[in-house]
Design a protein around this ligand. Structure first.
Ligand code: N01
Length: 534
């Protein structure tokens, strides 16, 4: 067992976009810092999610760091929406450019983080027993990083390989000539199914809930657009910062109500935004995300598109979603629905015939057995809290974070939890995070944490901790904002409903600009809602 007795200023858990920038920022402030990362290199989400077709649903020119002008000028994206290998290459480029790896410990899975009240520092221990002490701990562990592998009967009996999209083998998987089962129809499935179908001898898709998806309309990046954006990148970044979701300012948003629009205008707006592609579809009308009545028009439009695309009416019917558009993260696809027109692709509706489990040769439902050579779980993640819950995090009086969150996650600004001094979460529950472009949200958090530490040092404080009243008020506000939208209306990972037994709480905060203003105001008021001690 190694005891790294040298006390660091900062330990950062995770080497994704958040951990990388946090390290860079810490160094700029003259802090001693180390990143601990379970994977063998940087990249986080983009390190683990190597499944075929993995691609970002925020445009490349926006899904990138903005903290360094030279970096954003020099990097060239090849497509409108970047594929996973390109984003991973970008992460590696950033790591090299800022020489980040020398302060990163890879293949290091953090097992525990305990606050020592006497020494007022965090003791962080890896699964292999190594330990680091630091005054501050930053959990940059990601929102969608703890895979959800359902507890399916017979999984041990199955003799073929089992994959999870979020833990895809580095060397890739060749499905040529194989009979493949995909379980799940979320974003990961919707992206991978068309490509798996291209290779596989047969593909059987097991669907529990039909999902909304809008074509990504991906294409090579337009060099004229790239030039124009790069000529004044700061302008686009500033305009995006005013967007509710932190991206998309280049595209028009129709603030009008669908309920007041004529049938012709409805059709025209939906069609226009359908052609824009992916998440931009949500900009067709101002009330799509707010009222189920308004949302139904968008849902009906998408159902019409699915019926047009899928030739077999029985299969088309099974694919028609019956939830509000966007209450689950809207999917962006490249040929998803069309894949079901292929003769070797079969859709099994688990609502009609529930999943029994796996058996030695394949997948079994109540009604039939499907012999397959490989099973792909595209079953998502224990989102927002899963990666934190996996670490034994203990604050004052040895209280576990999982105990503090037994009724669902509570935090002040998604940054700190009462009873856990000097511990920060980047894009934690209660912050805009997954409802925004993650990159600017991450950068805003990292700046806030960096500034907070600098201010503590300058003003002679040793600790900072959220106050209970401020946390309660913030949690109430997050819920109030969420309750005024369509988000809580379905069983999504946003509300933890995909994980059996997880408390149902709408975890992210809707509203990037309002959130940033709140953080700025809190800081300007001397860290209102936080308690600082010398
Ligand atoms: O996971 P999901 P994901 N038996 O939770 C089904 C981001 N992302 O990895 O809906 C049978 O969305 C489950 O069914 P149901 C993005 O934010 C982004 O696809 O719970 N089925 C669902 O169909 C996204 O939202 C990109 O009834 C089971 C599926 O598995 C998030 O990551 C790409 C089951 C899981 O869907 C997660 O996406 C990929 C069970 N026991 C991911 N358990 C882009 O940028 C679960 N399911 C484009």
């Amino acid at each position: 067992m190694t005891d790294n007795t040298q006390k660091l200023d900062l330990i950062i858990v995770g080497a994704g976009f958040a951990g990388m920038y946090m390290l860079h920022r810490a160094r700029q402030q003259g802090l001693t810092a180390k990143v601990l990362e379970a994977g063998s290199d940087v990249g986080g989400t983009w390190y683990w999610n190597r499944y075929p077709g993995a691609r970002c649903d925020v445009e490349s020119l926006e899904y990138s760091y903005q903290f360094d002008e030279a970096l954003q000028q020099e990097w060239q994206w090849s497509q409108r929406y970047s594929p996973q290998p390109e984003i991973l290459a970008y992460c590696q480029h950033v790591a090299e450019r800022f020489d980040l790896r020398r302060d990163m410990e890879f293949n290091t899975r953090v097992a525990s983080a305990h606050f020592d009240e006497g020494a007022r520092c965090w003791a962080i221990t890896a699964e292999d027993g190594r330990r680091w002490d630091a005054q501050f701990a930053v959990m940059a562990t990601g929102c969608l990083s703890m895979p959800n592998v359902p507890d399916v009967a017979g999984a041990d009996a199955y003799t073929g390989p089992i994959y999870h999209t979020g833990r895809w083998p580095k060397e890739g998987v060749d499905f040529t000539g194989k009979r493949v089962a995909v379980i799940g129809t979320g974003s990961s499935a919707i992206q991978s199914i068309p490509l798996i179908a291209k290779q596989a001898k047969s593909l059987t898709v097991f669907q529990r809930t039909p999902n909304h998806s809008v074509p990504a309309q991906n294409r090579p990046l337009d060099p004229t657009l790239e030039k124009a954006v790069k000529a004044n990148y700061a302008d686009l970044r500033a305009r995006n910062a005013q967007e509710l979701v932190g991206f998309g300012a280049r595209h028009p948003t129709n603030q009008g109500s669908v309920l007041e629009a004529s049938p012709e205008e409805r059709q025209a707006q939906f069609e226009y935004h359908w052609q824009l592609g992916g998440l931009l579809f949500m900009r067709a009308f101002g009330d799509t995300g707010l009222s189920t009545e308004a949302n139904e028009y968008a849902a009906e439009f998408i159902r019409g598109k699915i019926k047009e695309k899928v030739k077999d009416p029985k299969t088309a019917r099974k694919l028609l979603p019956d939830t509000a558009v966007g209450c689950k993260r809207l999917c962006a696809d490249s040929g998803y629905f069309e894949t079901f027109n292929e003769p070797h692709v079969t859709l099994v509706d688990l609502r009609e015939t529930p999943l029994k489990g796996l058996y030695a040769d394949g997948v079994e439902t109540d009604e039939a057995r499907y012999e397959v050579d490989a099973v792909v779980f595209a079953t998502g993640f224990d989102a927002m809290t899963g990666a934190l819950a996996r670490i034994d995090i203990r604050g004052r009086s040895g209280q576990a974070l999982t105990e503090a969150w037994v009724e669902g996650p509570k935090s002040y600004l998604g940054l700190q939890v009462v009873g856990f001094p000097n511990l920060f979460t980047v894009t934690g529950p209660g912050s805009p995070s997954v409802l925004t472009n993650m990159l600017p949200s991450i950068e805003q958090h990292v700046r806030f944490i960096g500034d907070t530490i600098a201010d503590l040092q300058a003003e002679g404080y040793a600790t900072i901790e959220a106050e209970p009243e401020a946390q309660e008020a913030w949690v109430g506000h997050v819920n109030e904002v969420g309750d005024a939208t369509i988000y809580p209306t379905c069983n999504s990972w946003y509300v933890g409903a995909n994980i059996p037994g997880k408390p149902r709480v709408f975890m992210p905060y809707l509203g990037f600009p309002a959130y940033c203003e709140k953080c700025d105001a809190v800081r300007a008021a001397g860290y209102e809602g936080f308690h600082r001690a010398a």
